[in-house]
Design a protein around this ligand. Structure first.
Ligand SMILES: Cc1cc2nc3c(=O)[nH]c(=O)nc-3n(C[C@H](O)[C@H](O)[C@H](O)COP(=O)(O)O)c2cc1C
Length: 237
């Protein structure tokens, strides 16, 4: 950490962006709005976490957000240290959220060792954030197969060409791997699914909804799975 006397690194480098001064006032909500999620409260999730998460993703999609299903997935490495990266949510149901990846990747190996994760969606245009936490397991092969068939051929070939998270000496070596698999499958109308590629289901134990409000007095509602079903509570911002 720099000492107080040091100039912040972004200014020292001649960068004119004053990060400390960047600030958004969340003031779009009306306290008497008839739209329930504008006044996010325990009652907003009376029918569970799923409808509200679907609505927020759909709202972002409808307004043209790039990759509204992107979520930052946090896992725990073999030293108990957190690791995070963005993945795309490709399935959403009462069971939880589904994403697809290489089963040999860092994240997948971390999840095999410690099968818990936290996934955060953030749609900053709407001052909305949702964090899903819970246990993770592989989805059945048939589920992965059904999704695999919907992927463009180029993405399918890319999955074969990349030993995700493993080092490689150069971009040209990576490109050569794509050329090799493209030739290997050229005669096949359908590219088969690599055995080491598939989906994970994150089954929520908590889902927290966050909605920005003025003066940093945000709304937070956490939905928790218990022995008797789901319950919701408001948290301080
Ligand atoms: C918007 C976006 C979406 C991504 N979606 C996925 C995804 O669905 N699956 C995936 O394996 N990687 C995805 N990635 C790449 C990951 O962030 C990450 O680089 C990769 O999975 C390797 O992570 P790991 O080494 O921690 O396993 C995405 C990246 C971005 C920026």
């Amino acid at each position: 950490m720099p000492s107080d006397a040091e100039e912040p690194a972004d200014l020292r480098a001649g960068n004119p962006v004053d990060l400390a001064a960047m600030r958004v006032a969340y003031a779009v909500q009306e306290s008497n709005s008839p739209v329930p999620e504008l006044n996010l409260d325990v009652a907003t999730v009376a029918d569970g976490w799923l409808p509200l998460l679907q609505r927020w993703i759909d709202q972002a999609r409808a307004e043209g957000t790039s990759e509204p299903n992107a979520m930052v997935l946090a896992t725990v490495d073999e030293h108990g240290r957190p690791a995070s990266r963005t993945v795309l949510c490709k399935g959403l149901s009462e069971d939880g959220v589904v994403f697809y990846t290489n089963y040999g990747s860092n994240k997948a190996r971390q999840l095999e060792r410690f099968p818990y994760a936290s996934a955060t969606f953030a749609w900053t245009e709407f001052a909305h954030q949702v964090t899903v936490r819970g246990e993770v397991s592989r989805v059945p092969g048939e589920v992965t197969d059904a999704y695999w068939r919907t992927r463009p051929r180029g993405s399918q070939l890319g999955a074969w060409a990349s030993d995700q998270s493993a080092p490689i000496e150069s971009r040209s070596a990576l490109d050569a791997q794509l050329v090799e698999v493209t030739e290997r499958f050229a005669a096949l109308p359908e590219v088969p699914r690599p055995p080491g590629w598939g989906g994970f289901l994150l089954r929520p134990t908590t889902v927290e909804f966050w909605q920005g409000r003025a003066n940093r007095m945000h709304n937070r509602v956490i939905v928790t799975r218990g022995d008797d079903g789901w319950s919701a509570r408001r948290l301080q911002p």
